[in-house]
Design a protein around this ligand. Structure first.
Ligand code: ATP
Ligand code: MG
Length: 320
């Protein structure tokens, strides 16, 4: 296992940010999901030795985060949530700066690694330009190049696609998956459920510091039922339901049910309505997505950004 954690816990004063989580991650893209303030960055900070756990332990590439910090740092790279490239330097200078930080002293070795990292992230052409002129996507790629110059076995990425357009997001994820295919273990946090579903081998869902759900995205979604919605001309409640179908609601002609197998249950539902002489206007079957799993796991109102303080806002506007 490249990442192994037991009962990892962090308190900030009286606030428990991470509550005894267990992790085991190896040669995969592992996505840590969770609302704002659920403890993702705190978890990554502990695993990368930037912050000491209050309790529990973790081992990265066989090295203990508490007692072998330099060995841990030796085998991994970390791209923080709010990392910035130095806009007064060129792309190459930025990567070289990191190579020096990582202690690569041999000049030839350092140059080779810098050129390799730039090449991998497809930045060689623009390596001599000041990064001031780089797009958001290029800057993110440069941050990855900075991390790669260290040739990490484990790469920690905190929200790598935030603020990027659709094409740049996809490109970053393709680089991430490629690195995984070349043996790098990736631990990534994200708020993008669709991206996690598509690119992560496994995900863990944090809710207020607890790891409340974990698994392969397709396993998590297949454990959820498909959702069938049918609009009809009948306002009378349904008298019966086919096998394996559960009613969610039946109001004003709109029937919503869940079923273990939507593609079998929809025809059964339609046949039943037909027998009862009810006219169907439209019907949809939706397979559950990782976002459905996520919302079910964390609850719809479970972010520290919830709860707009109306009164405070009015006070503020009054003071203008
Ligand atoms: N340095 C700190 N000192 C005190 N409390 C902190 C500190 N860093 C984080 N916290 C608190 O710990 C909890 C977890 O924060 P953390 O930044 O780990 O969440 P997150 O999941 O990364 O959120 P986001 O999605 O917004 O990045 C929050 O309640 C936060 O306010
Ligand atoms: Mg964070």
């Amino acid at each position: 296992m490249k990442i192994l954690a037991h009962g990892l816990t962090k308190d900030y004063g009286n606030n428990r940010a991470v509550n005894g989580i267990d992790l085991s991650v190896d040669n995969e893209v592992y996505g840590l999901l969770g609302p704002n303030g659920s403890g993702k960055t705190t978890t990554v900070s502990m695993l990368t030795t930037l912050m000491r756990p209050t309790a529990g332990s973790a081992v990265i590439c066989g090295h203990d985060i508490a007692t072998e910090q330099s060995a841990v740092r030796e085998c991994m790279s970390y791209v923080p949530q709010d990392m910035a490239v130095d806009i007064r330097m060129t792309g190459r200078e930025n990567v070289d700066f990191f190579a020096r930080l990582y202690g690569i002293r041999d000049r030839h070795e350092r140059r080779r690694r810098v050129e390799d990292a730039l090449e991998i992230m497809n930045l060689s052409d623009r390596a001599d330009d000041l990064t001031k002129g780089y797009s958001g996507g290029m800057r993110r790629r440069l941050e990855l190049a900075q991390a790669l110059v260290h040739q990490p076995e484990v790469l920690f990425l905190d929200e790598p696609t935030v603020g990027l357009d659709v094409a740049a997001r996809r490109s970053i994820w393709e680089y991430i998956v490629n690195l995984k295919n070349h043996g790098v273990t990736i631990f990534v946090t994200t708020h993008q459920m669709d991206e996690a579903e598509r690119y992560c081998d496994r995900v863990g869902i944090l809710k207020k510091g607890d790891l409340v759900n974990e698994g392969v995205p397709s396993d998590l979604t297949s454990q959820m039922k498909s959702v069938i919605t049918i609009r009809t001309d009948s306002h009378a409640p349904l008298k019966e339901l086919p096998e394996g179908v559960a009613l969610v609601r039946d109001e004003n002609g709109e029937i919503m049910v869940t079923s273990d197998n939507g593609s079998e249950s929809l025809p059964a539902m339609l046949a039943l309505l037909n027998d009862e002489g009810i006219k169907v206007y439209s019907s949809t079957v939706r397979e559950p997505t990782l976002e459905d799993v996520y919302l079910q796991s964390v609850g719809k109102m479970n972010s520290d950004s919830d709860g707009f303080n109306q009164k405070q806002f009015e006070n503020m506007m009054r003071r203008r």
